[in-house]
Design a binder for this molecule. Structure first.
Ligand SMILES: NC(=O)c1ccc[n+]([C@@H]2O[C@H](COP(=O)([O-])OP(=O)(O)OC[C@H]3O[C@@H](n4cnc5c(N)ncnc54)[C@H](O)[C@@H]3O)[C@@H](O)[C@H]2O)c1
Length: 357
């Protein structure tokens, strides 16, 4: 079994959180929900280095992970870490406006894999130079739109691809919650619209939250501050004819629902581990009102890993086999960013239809 050296740049919560083990199941590890936890859980990975600029981040690492990663060396200069440790895989978990320079330098340093946080960058020019550097160096890079590694979404996309209920016509995503921020959190939703529609976006009409009329550029350095960016509503047409609505409202709810309208069914994902299908028995032309609304609930098979651990599994597979990961490559993440930026442009132009390349 080939072993790989990993290193992380940026030591915040999503980088190094550690979930508590259930006390009643001492032998069972919780599914990792951070980069450092995922590296700890993968048998082919050794975490050799971790880098941040803040002493408090090192203190957190030492308090949280020393029992599991006793030999990980800490750095405050990522270039020095790359030169000393020569890692195979590097995580980039810095604020969004600081992904690009670091990814380009990491790609040029001889690594084989990069796991970059989302959104890929704050501008398309930055995304392009990241893509150029990773492709020129043959690096397998994946962007952390983590819903792409959740089995439920693959089960639903299979319904789309297999035309189980006819053609997909419309996807509606509703995000009513306090952190309904279009880039920080909404990027997951916009990315999932592209994944489920299974096509590239053709055009979008967008509107931003009241009070953000001058918001024509995402700075990406606002961190967790909810007021630093707007929520957004968007109406998207995809190149295969599928339409999508994204409706975001900053409110005290915790509601994230995705509904898909097919010829013969409405499929609903409400955040619980089930897919609810309201289907029509028979072709629409003969369906009676009584037949509409027949409901079934389907489960989905569990995977050995989802989200963060699945990202690492996929990167390790890419390195083992010399292929690049396919679930969230940088070119796909660039499309998601282009959609978010087009919503800003649409709003600035009085909710005009903005064409995507
Ligand atoms: N996948 C998810 O669900 C999820 C959740 C939260 C955050 N994120 C993403 O993770 C990234 C980080 O977000 P955050 O809220 O944790 O940011 P943050 O600002 O809280 O933390 C970033 C850390 O990076 C460090 N840093 C900055 N520049 C550095 C450099 N040059 N070298 C080394 N360290 C450096 C900072 O000191 C800080 O500790 C963002 O891209 C964000 O969108 C993803």
């Amino acid at each position: 079994m080939q072993k790989y050296k990993a290193a992380v740049i940026g030591l915040s919560h999503i980088s190094q959180a550690r979930s508590p083990k259930p006390s009643s199941m001492p032998a069972v590890q919780p599914m990792p929900r951070s980069h450092v936890a995922a590296y700890a859980a993968h048998p082919q990975i050794e975490l050799v280095g971790a880098c941040d600029l803040m002493p408090a981040a090192f203190e957190r690492f030492n308090n949280t992970w020393r029992d599991v990663h006793p030999n990980t060396r800490l750095y405050n200069d990522y270039r020095e870490m790359l030169a000393q440790e020569k890692p195979d895989i590097v995580s980039v978990i810095t604020p969004d406006d600081k992904h690009a320079d670091i990814v380009v330098n990491v790609a040029n340093s001889g690594v084989k894999g990069i796991w970059c946080e989302k959104p890929i960058a704050t501008t398309l020019a930055d995304a392009d130079r990241m893509i150029e550097a990773v492709e020129r160096n043959g690096v397998a890079m994946t962007v952390s739109h983590t819903r792409r590694w959740m089995p439920m979404f693959h089960r639903v996309r299979d319904l789309v691809r297999d035309k189980t209920y006819g053609n997909l016509k419309l996807v509606t995503a509703t995000s009513y919650y306090s952190r309904a921020m279009m880039f920080r959190n909404g990027t997951h939703t916009f990315d999932m619209m592209c994944f489920l529609a299974d096509a590239a976006p053709e055009w979008v009409i967008g509107e931003l939250e009241d009070g953000f009329d001058g918001f024509d550029r995402y700075q990406g350095d606002g961190g967790n501050l909810i007021s630093s960016e707007p929520s957004a509503n968007a109406y998207i047409k995809f190149k295969n004819g599928v339409r999508a609505n994204v409706l975001m409202v900053k409110s005290n709810n915790q509601t994230n629902v995705i509904e898909l309208v097919f010829d013969n069914a409405v499929v609903r994902l409400d955040g619980s581990p089930q897919i609810v299908i309201h289907r029509v028995d028979g072709p629409p032309a003969t369906a009676t009102k009584a037949a509409i609304g027949v409901t079934e609930t389907i489960g989905y098979s569990d995977w050995s890993a989802d989200r963060e651990l699945a990202v690492v599994t996929e990167l390790v597979h890419a390195l083992d086999t010399g292929t690049v990961p396919t679930i969230s490559p940088p070119r796909v993440a660039r499309t998601t960013l282009s959609l978010l930026l087009a919503v800003l442009e649409s709003h600035a132009k009085g909710n005009a239809k903005v064409m995507l390349g």
